[in-house]
Ligand binder design. Structure first.
Ligand code: AMP
Length: 395
């Protein structure tokens, strides 16, 4: 696996695919700069080597050239975070971009206009990728968030940099973190899968059974498993057509020696509302008219014990309807347990969608080992797929 350390960037122009798809407010100010901060180590390493950086990214989903999606809006924030003046060019290919790239001196930073102003980007157009490739000497992919897309700048472009392409620090870290969970992590390995639907996580569960010793199934997903085993789940969220599959997963887990932990109790609410009446009940005896919305105290204690036993922990999906304050406790307590295990030396990876939002919202970001920057890319990796953006660097 080629990384930045395999190259000396002195007098080289690094063409870096970053993920600067950051949220902007109505005044076009960046409201969350995490993704820019995450790309900083790669950029700094190249500049310190004596190279220059050409940054390319998409922003939002523009239909052609639309000023509201211009990367010009983020240039100032990039400049502040990296601490180097940003030269902005209002296209990513063509004469202007080529001239700006040709004039770039060591230590300088060039930001290209939104790649998706050209429809060829998402189409994975080879000629467009070739045009982009003309701008730099070495191609660096540091955008995990788009690594599952075979777009021109994330995948197709790599073929024009034979022997001159590598992963940036961020992408290398993402790959390493997933590898720890799936292959090289210290045992016991635990995966915690929560969230709303079994259907969106089936492939992950099936793939992950070969890698883990323990599996916690929580959140709304758990009720399909509970009902499938004959439990009464009241109005709780359930996918009836996935009950056979749930039983099959439990069977597979047993065969593979994976210990599956399903909540034993739940906070039940009489409405899907923060102000609903609640009661704590056994998970398989939820009264009619009530629905399970959060993990109960016995389940929280049980999950705490499992988490504390494990040395490698993956967390994907909340344990309850954490967006409502009244039902966030299970998710927060799980975060606390993972933070404690991490402080005791376990490796913890949080990734894929809502658990990342929960971790940020409840302040666990600094207390876990790694928070993934890619939602869909993370989920596809856990499904065992080789992401096209990663494969293109390895080829
Ligand atoms: P996912 O995107 O699959 O990770 O699902 C996240 C969503 O699952 C969040 O919006 C949660 O509110 C929701 N969720 C978690 N637990 C429950 C539950 N017991 N009932 C309904 N929704 C839930």
């Amino acid at each position: 696996m080629k990384t930045l350390n395999d190259f000396n960037f002195e007098n080289k122009k690094a063409l870096i695919r970053v993920d600067f798809n950051v949220p902007l407010n109505e005044n076009f100010e960046v409201t969350d700069s995490t993704r820019i901060v995450s790309a900083k180590p790669t950029i700094i390493k190249i500049l310190e080597d004596g190279g220059s950086c050409i940054l390319m990214s998409h922003l939002g989903r523009p239909k052609g050239r639309q000023d509201e999606f211009s990367l010009r809006h983020i240039a100032e924030t990039v400049e502040e975070i990296i601490g180097v003046k940003v030269i902005f060019v209002d296209d990513c290919v063509g004469e202007k971009a080529e001239k700006a790239a040709a004039n770039l001196q060591p230590g300088e930073l060039l930001l290209l206009e939104n790649l998706r102003f050209h429809k060829e980007e998402e189409a994975g157009d080879v000629a467009f990728a070739k045009q982009l490739s003309n701008l730099g000497d070495i191609y660096v992919n540091d955008a995990f968030g788009t690594a599952h897309r075979a777009h021109a700048s994330t995948t197709i472009i790599a073929q024009f940099f034979e022997g001159k392409k590598c992963f940036g620090n961020l992408l290398a870290q993402e790959i390493e973190s997933i590898k720890k969970v799936m292959e090289t992590g210290e045992k016991p390995v635990l995966a915690i899968l929560g969230g709303a639907k079994v259907s969106s996580k089936i492939t992950i569960i099936e793939n992950i059974l070969d890698a883990v010793d323990h599996l916690i199934i929580g959140g709304g997903m758990a009720f399909t498993f509970v009902k499938a085993q004959g439990g009464k789940i009241g109005n709780s969220i359930c996918e009836d057509d996935k009950m056979d599959l749930a039983l099959d997963i439990l069977k597979q887990a047993k065969q593979k020696g994976v210990q599956v932990h399903i909540p034993v109790d739940t906070i039940a609410a009489d409405a899907f509302s923060n102000d609903a009446n609640t009661q704590t009940v056994d998970i398989n005896a939820i009264p009619d008219g009530w629905e399970g919305v959060d993990a109960g105290p016995k389940s929280i204690a049980q999950f705490h014990d499992v988490v504390m036993q494990c040395k490698t922990i993956l967390w994907n999906g909340p344990l309850g309807v954490f967006e409502m304050e009244s039902f966030a406790n299970g998710t927060i307590e799980l975060g606390n347990s993972i933070a404690e295990a991490t402080a005791n030396g376990a490796f913890s990876l949080v990734g894929g969608g809502d658990s990342v939002a929960a971790v940020k919202q409840f302040g666990f970001e600094e207390k876990v080992s790694y928070v993934s920057t890619g939602g869909g890319a993370m989920l596809e990796s856990l499904e065992g797929k080789t992401l096209p953006g990663i494969a293109a660097i390895l080829q």
